[in-house]
Write a protein that binds this ligand. Structure first.
Ligand code: SF4
Length: 370
């Protein structure tokens, strides 16, 4: 645990307000924010999962998914418990919806050292929402950047403007995950989010900071697959972030509290892709549909196949060393060059050698331990 940066003390004795995300939780002494990991201890806000991660893994960057950011590289991926959303279909619900502070102890220094030992190319703050552990991500990220590693967020984009004071010091890329086409009614009912507007503000901030952005949209059959809403979302992306922004329509699979729904039909994903192309988006992908032709990157100018993929794997690369189309010279929106291990297995389990597992149940538990 460590005292948070993103909070302020309120006039009411002992009360604080967290400023990490747009929920702006007002928390009394001994209280806990909605995400479960930011606690008011004696009138100050503490990030209880600072230095406590529930999982660490090496993944291909394509798994995030980030297809246009340092393709073919390996990314050291970490997560804590907790989340500021309550998605009823979350595939990582065991971490994100766990309202307990627990995990393996570590430090920013140790994580960066391990990432270098594992020959990772960067860090991903992923699996649960990184905004809630922003101060820890920041400290890891600043050190990682100094060591020549990149930093990416896999995020719902539900971030406060205050959090960008930390983000601007370390973040290089982000995949921002919409669900159900960003339909406000869907987000309210199935993710517990009253107002999606802050997501759009976050995206504009990221663009201002020149952070590489990719968008995903989890298409949930029957309840979150409205094509008019999808068109509205894509139009906003094209107009505000640019037609070169990669967009991924992800196939839903039944999980957590929504096992009653089927997987998204491929046909539905294809309809979304068609709409996005009609709106002018240049790079549109089908996610979680291995083997689909929309996994590949095509040149927006000459239409030739540039990057052939299968799932998270790159099979063919037709770009020059400046990321231009090999056939017509069109510049492709890809940040970073092809990783040297692009055609090797880039998954690995991570072992934290100096770690112990801890569990903290409540603020009173802290007092007992100290
Ligand atoms: S990060 Fe957590 S404690 Fe802070 S405002 Fe958001 S939900 Fe509340």
């Amino acid at each position: 645990m460590k005292k948070a940066v993103l909070y302020k003390r309120l006039e009411k004795e002992g009360w604080v307000q967290c400023t990490a995300c747009p929920r702006y939780c007002v928390i009394p002494k001994g209280g806990i924010g909605v995400c479960g990991v930011r606690w008011n201890i004696d009138g100050d806000l503490y990030l209880m999962v600072y230095g406590t991660i529930l999982t660490a893994h090496i993944d291909p960057i394509e798994k995030k998914p980030l297809m246009h950011f340092h393709p073919g590289t390996a990314v050291f991926s970490i997560a804590t418990t907790g989340c500021n959303w309550f998605c009823k279909y979350c595939q990582n619900y065991d971490l994100s919806q766990r309202r307990k502070v627990e995990g393996w102890t570590t430090t920013p220094e140790e994580l960066v050292k391990l990432a270098l030992e594992y020959r990772a190319d960067g860090f991903a703050y992923t699996y649960n929402e990184p905004t809630i552990f922003m101060e820890f991500a920041h400290d890891v990220g600043v050190l990682a950047r100094k060591a020549g590693l990149y930093n990416v967020f896999v995020t719902n984009g539900y971030q406060s403007l205050e959090s960008f004071e930390l983000i601007k010091e370390f973040l290089d890329g982000a995949t921002v995950d919409f669900k159900g086409n960003g339909d406000p009614k869907f987000l309210y009912k199935y993710a517990g989010v009253r107002d999606p507007e802050p997501i759009y503000q976050s995206l504009l901030e990221m663009k201002k900071l020149k952070i590489h952005i990719e968008i995903t949209d989890l298409v949930v059959p029957q309840i979150g697959d409205n094509l008019d809403q999808a068109r509205k979302l894509v139009r906003w992306i094209v107009e505000n972030l640019g037609p070169e922004t990669p967009i991924h329509f992800l196939r839903f699979h039944p999980d957590y509290l929504m096992v009653n729904l089927p997987v998204t039909p491929t046909r539905t994903i294809e309809k979304h892709i068609k709409i996005a192309k009609e709106e002018g988006a240049q790079y549109v992908y089908a996610g979680n549909v291995p083997g689909h032709p929309a996994e590949h990157t095509y040149c927006p100018k000459c239409g030739k196949l540039l990057i052939r993929r299968y799932g998270f794997y790159i099979l063919e690369w037709n770009l020059d060393d400046k990321n231009r189309c090999k056939f017509c010279g069109y510049p492709i929106n890809i940040r970073g060059s092809l990783g040297s291990n692009w055609n090797k297995d880039r998954f690995a389990a991570v072992y934290l050698p100096n770690s112990r597992y801890i569990r903290v149940k409540s603020p009173s538990d802290i007092k007992k331990q100290h």
